[in-house]
Structures are given as C-alpha cells and as structure tokens.
Write a protein that binds this ligand. Sequence first.
Ligand code: GLN
Length: 499
Amino acid sequence: MTDLIKLTAAEIAAKIASGEVTAVQVTEAHLARIEAVDEKVNAFLHVDREGALAQARAVDEKRARGEKLGPLAGVPLALKDIFTTKGIPTTVGSKILEGWIPPYDATLTRRLKEADVVILGKTNMDEFAMGSSTENSAYGPTGNPWDLTKIPGGSGGGSSAALASYEAPLAIGTDTGGSIRQPAAVTGTVGVKPTYGAVSRYGMVAFSSSLDQGGPCARTVLDAALLHEVIAGHDPLDSTSIDAPVPPVVEAARNGDVKGMRVGVVKQFRGEGYQAGVLQRFDESVELLKELGAEVVEVDCPSFDLALAAYYLIAPSECSSNLARFDAMRYGLRVGDDGTKSAEEVTALTREAGFGDEVKRRVILGTYALSSGYYDAYYGSAQKVRTLITRDFEKAFGEGGVDVLISPTTPTTAFPIGERADDPMAMYLADLCTIPTNLAGNAAMSLPCGLAPEDGMPVGLQIIAPAMADDRLYRVGAAVEAAFNARWGHALLEEAPAL
Ligand code: GLN
C-alpha cells in the first residue's frame, strides 16, 4: 500500500482504470501518508478526509458502471489555499480569512472535480501569495522535505512540499512572480506557469491581477502536462481568459525532443549572487541540451535587470487595490464590532489584526506608488519597464530566432528557515529569474537539474517559451527529464532523505 504514494499520477490513473487498485485505496494511502508526516512538514492547512474519500468512491462507482474515466480520474491532489472551495475553508494563508467558508468553487476547483481528481485538502502558502519561503503564512512555516530546517519555496511552499514528501502526486500553485517555479526548483519537483490567461482566475483570490496565474505542480513533466490540460481553457467568468485552444501539452510531454531547436541562454541570469553549485548544474544542463541536438546561443535581455524593481511597484500597487475588499464587512475576521465603533474603525482594527507585516508593507508601498503626484514617477515608469521586458522577449523569440530561453530558476538553493525572514530585499531576490515572464505574460517551467554539491539541495532549470507556446516547455522539459533520469539512474526525488 505504501508503494502507491511513490507512483506518478499517470501510473495511478492507469492502475485505477485497469482495476488493479481502487481510487479509495489510493486516497487512503495518501491520507495515511499525510497523517504520518504532515505534523513535521506542515504542507496542509486543511485536510478534507471525508470529501476526498467521497470523491474517490464516486470514481470507483463510475468505473463499476462501465463509464469512461478521464486521464486523471481518482488521482489525489493538493490544492493551494488560494482557490475557493465550496464548503471548505479558504484562508489564503491569512488570519483575515480565518473561518471563511466560500459559497462557491473556483473555476479551477470545478474543473478538477469534473475531471474526477481527488482533492485531498488545501495547502499552506505565504499570506496572499506574497513571499518566497512560506514563512509569511499566518499558520506557521512549511518545511522542505529534503531538509526540514530549510524553506520549501514560496508562496506555494505547501504544494511543493506535499509533492516532495509524497503526500500527493499532484498539486496546484499560483505564480505572480515565481510562486510555482521557485518552490518547484528548491524541492526538486516540476512546476509550470502557463501563459497568462490560460488558466481561469475566477475564484482565485487576487494578489496582482495582471500577473497572477494558476498552474500545475507535479513530480514529472508528463504529470504536469496531464494536469495542465485539465485546468486550462477558456472561461467566460474571467475576462482575461484566453479564448483559444489549449496548446497540445500532453502530446508534447510524451514526445520529448530538442533536436534542431534553438535554445537561448539568458545572459543576465548569472554572476554575482548566484550560488556556484547552481551555476554548475545549469552549465551541465546546457551541455546536455547540446548533446541532445539543440543549438545553444547566448541571448541578451538587458531590460531583465530592471524586472525586480518594476515588479515590486506593479505587484504592490495592484495588491493595495485588490486587498481593499477585506474591510471586515464582507468576509472572515471582524474585530472591534462592539456597537461603540464606526464602520471605518472596525475596518481599521480588523485589517490591523488580520494582515501580517509583509502584506501591510505592500499595501502601504502600493498605495504610495499609486498616489497622485507619484503615480507617473513610480507606477508609470514601472509599466514602461514592463513594455521593455516584453520587447526583450519578442526580440529573442522573433529576430533572435530562439524557440525557448533557459536560465537557472533561482539564484540559490533552499535557504534556512529564518535566514531571510527579516530581510525583505534578500527574500525578493529569490524571484530574480522568474519575474520577467510574469511581467510579459508568457509561459515558463522549472524542472530538476541535479543537486548542488555544496549543500545537497535541488537545483531548478527554468525553460521559458513564448505566449501560447506552452507545449514547447513540455517538449523540451520531457527530453531533459528523460536524459537526466537516464544519467542518474532514477528520478532526482528518489534521492531525497526519507522523512
Ligand atoms: N515572491 C514573489 C512575491 O513575493 C512572488 C510571489 C508569487 O508569485 N505569488 O511577490
């Protein structure tokens, strides 16, 4: 039974479809794993035992009736606590939503249910997805299963840790500046930020609406593709949702190949601040791509140097507006409502008690950046930089003729819990390589490319594709994954110290 937790999502689905195991057995094995290790890992904020078992039973009944099962039917999943789930708490890692039970499902939640994916529960995250370590959660930090004293990345550290600790074979994350890819990199898992607009934001609690994008997290490239196909697609409830066919990601993941492809190495993403072992593994990935038949060229993206600064104006500006809805009148926490205070006072007391330091820092920063007199100097300039970054990508993929760009996903491996907690600037640097893609709206993946020799922690390789060419990530990712697994003799995660 314990072996069930080591299977990939594709293997689990096949075994359920063939009748070798039941969805209930698979779900019970994962619930038992959560029971055994999550006290140490703290990946989950809420485990929906009854709901998961009911979903699993429904899959087994469907099969017994001879109905056709979808490609992920009966496969358990860990859902980031930023997506609304009808009747199940949704906190976004914040005290301000403690006790709130959403009356509706996010589109993504609904799609998962319709695909018969078994939702095990909701995962821990930095409050409102602001952070790179999951230490900003109001519900305590999550540990990295490779080393519980280190961070599992953020904001989606609960989702990445659930995968790396074998508590779930699939997970969902959201990526505003790197929160799918950075956690994937530091836990030795796979994470994909799809093209902006590919996955509906309806029912996904907003942080920075022009950057936020939900996406798949898994232990293999194929599993991520199978999940991608379930969650992506047009949604009339989201006005920024793309009304076009989903790129053929599963087909691409099944046919990994880079022969004849032109791969661009982003010149800007190395040098000062990059850990030696990260660069070593990245350089080996470059060599590997050449051996596999790709043509590798260096690409200059000068505006990427300004991405972090632009992001930390745009994201806080949008968050200051989005988080205005948490006014103590609509959802969750209400503080000081004793009949003697005005609505404004109750709102202020509730926001003071309900938001953590990082959220407050960003609301203050964003409100300032958007204030009249400063708007053009800060927000306006940041938007211009955003355009320049988009042009760097267009140039690389256009006249530069590259099919994909690559870089390390993060400058360093997982750092110790507490090391950057009081240093926001150091924390922000974790997203140096991931942020340009969010600003431009195109697609990117992180997948494991080895362990850093100096600390034995996983290193992530980032692959970046043009908007709506998400399938390229999977084609390249699958080729790299297969070649590395052949070289190592196993998948990277199998080296993780047992919990
Ligand atoms: N770490 C970045 C931030 O704090 C990105 C977060 C995210 O992608 N949600 O904003």
